[in-house]
Design a protein around this ligand. Structure first.
Ligand SMILES: O=C(O)CCC(=O)C(=O)O
Ligand SMILES: [Fe+2]
Length: 297
């Protein structure tokens, strides 16, 4: 274990100049970032009023972690239980709330699910659709029949989310529309050192913050993606990610689409957690989460 400064120790995810170059990364299963400004127009989604007027009635599920962490395995049972809870409301009430600990995750709030557009979300789909149907600047970059889910993410303040790979085994194309986000990425081949269980890494969040501060571990190959509004990240199937929302208002759209798997992606990863105590703890937190009162907006 060696300490040094972040700049020299974590390679940055490759930045490419064009969306065409980004699409070329799909083939090689390598992460990369490009700007989407001037190619796609997500302008309406930067405007809360437009969102409230057009999709304000949509049902959403949100979380309200006590410590801006979803879900740190080293937290107390009570903190984990609170972060595990999901609450329901409308998108309008979520936007109007002044509680800046709220987060609406794209794994729980979908514009399109299992290939089908959710009808209430049509105004957002009409904007997002340009990625799938093409527009006057760019042909389609994802085949419609390969698109599995389209997730809508919104948070109102800084937040960290648990390191995982997307358990749909899909590729992830992440359009950052508002605010800044940082993702620490690990290739699937790093699973042995990530204390994995299922698609999760059960390392405490401090482990990943340490890596970001320059702590180096043998056999871990992190890359850092610093996203600002207007960026799009390609995250290949089964890559692990530790995500930090950095701004007061963060919004992104995640397109999950079927990759061309040459080998079964399940064979790439395994379980490497060695501390059995974490399981009764998570079980207790999960049971407690069901007993706690739901939050209303
Ligand atoms: O934004 C986050 O907190 C997590 C993003 C993520 O996990 C994803 O897009 O798959
Ligand atoms: Fe994810």
């Amino acid at each position: 274990m060696v300490e040094a400064d972040q700049e020299s120790l974590i390679p940055l995810v490759r930045r490419v100049d064009t969306i065409e170059e980004l699409v070329a990364c799909f083939e090689g299963n390598t992460p990369c970032i490009s700007s989407h400004l001037g190619v796609y127009d997500f302008g309406n989604l930067t405007d809360d009023k437009w969102i409230a007027d057009n999709v304000g009635d949509c049902n959403i599920r949100f979380r309200r972690p006590t410590n801006r962490k979803v879900i740190d395995p080293s937290d107390s049972i009570k903190e984990i239980a609170i972060a595990l809870q999901t609450h329901t409301s409308s998108l309008r009430k979520f936007i109007q709330s002044e509680d800046n600990t709220l987060v609406l995750t794209g794994v729980e709030t979908h514009v399109l699910k299992k290939g089908e557009v959710i009808s209430d979300w049509k105004p957002v789909w009409e904007i997002a659709n340009q990625v799938v149907s093409g527009n006057d600047k760019m042909p389609a970059i994802i085949d419609r029949e390969r698109l599995s889910n389209l997730g809508f993410w919104m948070s109102k303040g800084p937040l960290q989310t648990i390191t995982h790979f997307d358990n749909s085994f899909d590729n992830n194309l992440n359009f950052q529309i508002r605010g800044e986000k940082e993702l620490l990425l690990f290739p699937h081949s790093d699973w042995r050192k990530l204390k994995t269980f299922s698609a999760l890494s059960l390392h405490p969040f401090s482990f990943f913050s340490g890596i970001k501060k320059g702590v180096k571990y043998e056999s871990l190959n992190p890359q850092l993606a610093k996203l600002k509004a207007g960026d799009v990240l390609f995250l290949p199937s089964t890559w692990y990610h530790f995500v930090e929302h950095k701004s007061e208002s963060n919004l992104n759209l995640t397109f999950w689409f079927k990759p061309d798997h040459k080998v079964n992606p399940k064979s790439r990863v395994g379980n490497s957690v060695r501390n059995p105590w974490v399981f009764p703890k998570l079980f207790a937190a999960n049971s407690l989460s069901k007993l706690l009162k739901k939050h209303m907006l």
